[in-house]
Ligand binder design. Structure first.
Ligand SMILES: C[S@@+](CC[C@H](N)C(=O)[O-])C[C@H]1O[C@@H](n2cnc3c(N)ncnc32)[C@H](O)[C@@H]1O
Length: 377
């Protein structure tokens, strides 16, 4: 089969980083939009992207994109798709995900029903059968409608890719793995300097950092939806895995995690071990105010607590204030702080060199960047 459109989905704000990741894997970007980055490729590339991308949440096969303002238009365009190119006769194909934003077709349940009906028609026509059993593997259909344009896709990943498989233990407000990796990649860290998270919680930023430094494929510890497909080429996937694993390299510089809560550090250690980076990350119980380093140059990436209850506000405000002298005592370091607190820079006491909007779950947050002049690359 010719190459087809493969679209990686990401959290709002991570598109630029995802693009860079895809280009580092050797691909040319075909198109991108809010939350989506696409390339042309084949099933090998589907395997490769699923296994290696750190900031994507899903890898989709994009079957069609078209304008649709009425149910008839939606039906006709979906019925035109050649599902048979990817789905065997006995495939199950539920419309598992549907979103509609700023569009005339706003009833998700109606759109879901119509897409399914049209897909059934296409499958019967192209497989030349009058009855579908849907008794085989699942090929989940994902549909995104925005500004009256519909994108119809197949989800190749299964569960969201942020579920790497290593995090069974979590702290109070853990960062999602894709976002943690996004922060690390945003900082330009690839293992060449010291990396520290001085409020590390369950350790997500550092575990992702260690995997980046060591070039460990993001999805090495998990399975993917495509592995159940009839068309799955196990040998080909093994080759892709072996090739990715062959690029794993030793980590030379320290990766340091500390937190004031000893219990959460136990979880962090367990997670790191499961991710295969237990011996690369050093965790220590410590108040962030005590963090010192004689090393010249290094990176702090951290996500301080966010005061949800009124009683906690004073404590977190003091924490933001006390962060500045800790950072300023370091020589030639950069710092990236992810915070949902709008007052962060005022409390910290200094404007960042740069900031960037990101969504942390549903919470609009910013990454505040300090010491960017220290980045000599
Ligand atoms: C939002 S959580 C970090 C979550 C983390 N990124 C993760 O993925 O699990 C903030 C962490 O800051 C820690 N913390 C609060 N005050 C601290 C202090 N003074 N020094 C060090 N850590 C502190 C908390 O124990 C908590 O684990």
């Amino acid at each position: 089969m010719d190459k087809f459109l493969i679209t990686a989905r990401c959290t709002f704000g991570l598109e630029g980083i995802l693009k860079k990741e895809i280009m580092r894997l050797g691909y040319e970007i075909a198109k991108s939009a809010e939350g989506f980055v696409s390339i042309y490729g084949d099933m090998n590339d589907v395997y490769n992207l699923n296994l290696n991308l750190r900031t994507a949440t899903r890898v989709l096969i994009e079957l069609s994109e078209f304008e649709a303002r009425s149910f008839d238009e939606l039906f006709d365009n979906v019925a035109e798709i050649r599902f048979k190119d990817f789905l065997p006769k006995d495939a199950r194909f539920d419309v598992e995900k549907i979103s509609s934003v700023k569009s005339e077709l706003f009833s998700k349940s109606d759109c879901q029903r119509i897409i399914k009906k049209a897909a059934v028609e296409s499958m019967k026509r192209d497989h030349k059968i009058s009855r579908l059993t849907e008794s085989g593997a699942n090929y989940p259909i994902y549909a995104y409608i925005k500004n009256d344009t519909a994108k119809i896709c197949l989800n190749t990943s299964g569960d969201s890719l942020h579920r790497r498989g290593y995090r069974l233990e979590q702290g109070k407000a853990p960062l999602k793995e894709d976002l943690a990796a996004g922060l690390v990649l945003l900082s330009g860290y690839y293992g060449r300097e010291v990396l520290a998270d001085i409020m590390c919680g369950s350790g997500t930023i550092l575990i992702e950092g260690a995997m980046i430094a060591a070039n460990i494929p993001a999805g090495i510890n998990r399975n993917f939806g495509f592995e159940k497909w009839k068309t799955f080429d196990k040998d080909q996937y093994s080759l892709v895995r072996e090739e990715s694993i062959s690029r794993i390299r030793p980590v030379e510089n320290p990766i340091l995690g500390s937190d004031i809560d000893g219990n959460v550090l136990k979880k962090a250690r367990e997670n790191a071990k499961r991710a295969g980076v237990g011996d690369m990350v050093h965790f220590q119980k410590m108040d962030m105010r005590e963090f010192r380093s004689k090393k010249k140059g290094g990176i702090i990436i951290t996500n301080p607590p966010y005061a949800e209850r009124i009683g906690e506000r004073k404590i977190t405000e003091k924490l933001y204030k006390d962060l500045r002298p800790v950072f300023e005592a370091l020589d030639g370091w950069r710092m990236y702080v992810l915070s949902g607190n709008e007052d962060f820079t005022r409390l910290y006491g200094k404007k960042p060199d740069k900031n960037r909007k990101l969504f942390n779950g549903n919470m609009m947050s910013y990454v505040y960047m300090y010491g960017l002049g220290n980045n000599k690359k």
